[in-house]
Write a protein that binds this ligand. Structure first.
Ligand code: VG1
Ligand code: CO
Length: 544
């Protein structure tokens, strides 16, 4: 047996982890002791973790493999009994959540910077998930952050690297390392939720789709499920091989970064259905032939049709959406007579609602949809949800959308991101908005009248914890909204997100262009936040 070694360290120089754990440039993580200090701060903040099981896996980006080795040696030195590691260090975020739950692990470390680019000069990230399989709640992340400020040593086993490429058990100090199939447990869970026979028949009848794995983690999952089990032709999954730098692209499933897929769905001989997922497999984009489903609409359509799916045949207990997500799902909930919860941005806020049984489905406007099957958003799950709905209803994506809007009205929606702006200017803008927006109540702005304005504050109905300053909102009397918030996941400067929404009940007006329909609200947002004056930007960097 190898003795534990205490290594003294340089003080941790990290900043507070943001929306989803700690995200930094790879070069930052490569600084001596940096990764080790953060991992030790996590381990120090956990209570009663001795002799427990830890799950470790990531999206395969550059630095994934060395990070796994460090984590294993530190877990062994910190008294864990067993580590379950995805083969090659690979686990998609939803698969990690699935494995934590299935094997009753104490928690897990998920290595990813999600949709941010990967490579030696790009991003890396670490997130701690708790025993329910979901991202650690704020009280845990706050404790980790506090610990990073005072930590002065970490525990690591002096041992050679562990073989993480072949399945099976190894011994590391007093700990067992079990290398597990990255895909199997997740696939089993999907089989239990969806009607695979029906979807297989659907493919056999000539239905065609393309799934863009963006050279990220979902390639092996999508191939196993779509091509091997559901019988979709080989080649259905494009960019299926995970690469450490995602082929040099942003593994971000939106209209900008998944442009090849978008073109395919708009080109001659377009397939019926298109979908993409992000770096770590928790996001999804849904496309039909010549059509795009906004994530907010996707959540609403899934909520309206969930009863058609075996895993949800008993109906939904309730739904939840992040505050900036459009209120399309609220209209479905109203008709179904179920509750809708409005939470701050970030999946961790759905955890208590899911655990307590208050909600079955959750979603965010940022291409995230999921359910109580795991405690993360789940890209491949969302695709199977749509596939199963399409296989039952036998209508095109565009028809399903049109019918949905006819029944519920349409929530025109868009998000405008201003990336890499000066942090001080961004903070000053938010201060300005917080000071001015409450005073807008009852004011007429263009063709809109302000109902009220505030800075969103959330009280968790389960544990009573309060999260304030979660986004400045301007609510209009016709249900339209503008929301401003700063990103918590960026690694360079600040990113301003402006979310605009306008409700249109009249079905003769459901074929308008989204940006044109929202143009006046976008203009108002620019004026209220003084975006041009404060950032020098006249255009957003990304529009989704
Ligand atoms: C963004 C999204 C948010 C999402 C988060 C993590 O956060 O807006 O909805 O939960 O990314 O997604 P922010 O703070 O940058 O707006 V993932 O796929 O990166 O884990
Ligand atoms: Co992600």
């Amino acid at each position: 047996m190898i003795a534990h070694r205490i290594v003294s360290t340089v003080p941790f120089s990290g900043q507070k982890p943001g929306t989803s754990g700690l995200r930094k440039k790879v070069t930052v993580f490569q600084q001596p002791h940096y990764l080790e200090n953060f991992i030790q701060a996590i381990f120090d903040s956990l209570e009663d973790s001795a002799r427990q099981t830890l799950v470790v896996g990531g999206d395969g980006r550059f630095f994934n493999r060395p990070a796994v080795q460090v984590i294993l040696k530190m877990a062994a030195a910190n008294g864990f009994e067993r580590c379950l590691v995805g083969q090659g260090g690979i686990l998609s975020t939803p698969a990690a959540s699935c494995v934590i739950r299935k094997y009753h692990a104490f928690g897990g470390l998920v290595l990813s910077a999600s949709h941010n680019p990967g490579g030696p000069q790009e991003d890396f990230g670490i997130k701690y998930n708790i025993g329910n399989g979901g991202p650690a709640p704020e009280k845990v992340t706050d404790a980790i952050y506090t610990r990073t400020g005072v930590i002065d040593s970490y525990r690591i086993l002096a041992a050679p690297d562990v073989d993480i490429d072949s399945l099976g058990q190894r011994i590391l100090g007093d700990m067992t390392v079990e290398v597990i199939d990255s895909v199997r447990d997740y696939v089993t869970l999907m089989q239990n939720l969806f009607d695979f026979n029906r979807i297989r028949d659907f493919f056999r009848s000539g239905f065609r789709m393309r799934f863009d794995a963006m050279h990220a983690v979902t390639g092996p999952y999508a191939r196993a499920i779509l091509e091997e089990m559901l019988g979709a032709p080989v080649g259905t999954v494009m960019n299926a091989i995970p690469l450490e730098d995602f082929g040099g692209h942003h593994p971000d499933p939106n209209l900008v970064h998944a442009c090849d897929l978008v073109q395919t769905l708009h080109g001659p001989d377009a397939p019926d259905f298109g979908a993409a997922s992000d770096g770590d497999g928790d996001r999804n984009m849904i496309l039909g032939r010549m059509s795009f489903v906004t994530p907010s609409d996707s959540l609403a359509v899934i909520a309206a049709n969930a009863h058609l799916i075996p895993g949800y045949a008993e109906g939904l207990a309730g739904v939840a959406r992040s505050m900036p997500t459009s209120s399309a799902v609220d209209r479905v909930a109203l008709k179904k007579g179920i509750r809708v919860h409005e939470t701050p941005t970030g999946w961790k806020f759905f955890g208590n609602l899911l655990d307590s049984g208050a909600v079955t489905l959750c979603g965010e406007e940022s291409f995230g949809t999921g359910s109580n099957h795991v405690r993360e958003k789940d890209g491949v799950w969302a695709v199977l949800m749509w596939l199963n709905i399409l296989a039952v209803r036998r209508k095109s994506v565009a028809e399903i959308l049109r019918i949905h809007w006819r029944g519920y009205g349409r929530n025109y929606y868009s998000r405008h991101d201003y990336e890499g702006i000066d942090s001080a200017a961004a903070d000053a803008m938010m201060t300005h908005l917080r000071a001015t927006v409450p005073g807008l109540a009852d004011r007429r702005l263009g063709s809109f009248t302000v109902a009220c304005g505030d800075d969103f504050c959330y009280t968790d109905p389960v544990d009573g914890s309060v999260s304030s300053r979660q986004g400045v909102r301007v609510l209009f009397t016709d249900g339209s909204r503008i929301v401003f918030r700063l990103s918590g996941t960026g690694t360079e400067g600040a990113t301003l997100r402006v979310y605009v929404e306008k409700y249109e009940p009249d079905h003769t007006r459901h074929d308008q262009n989204t940006q044109e329909t929202l143009a006046e609200l976008v203009q108002l947002a620019n004026t209220l936040a003084e975006i041009r004056e404060r950032t020098g930007r006249t255009q957003p960097s990304v529009v989704t």
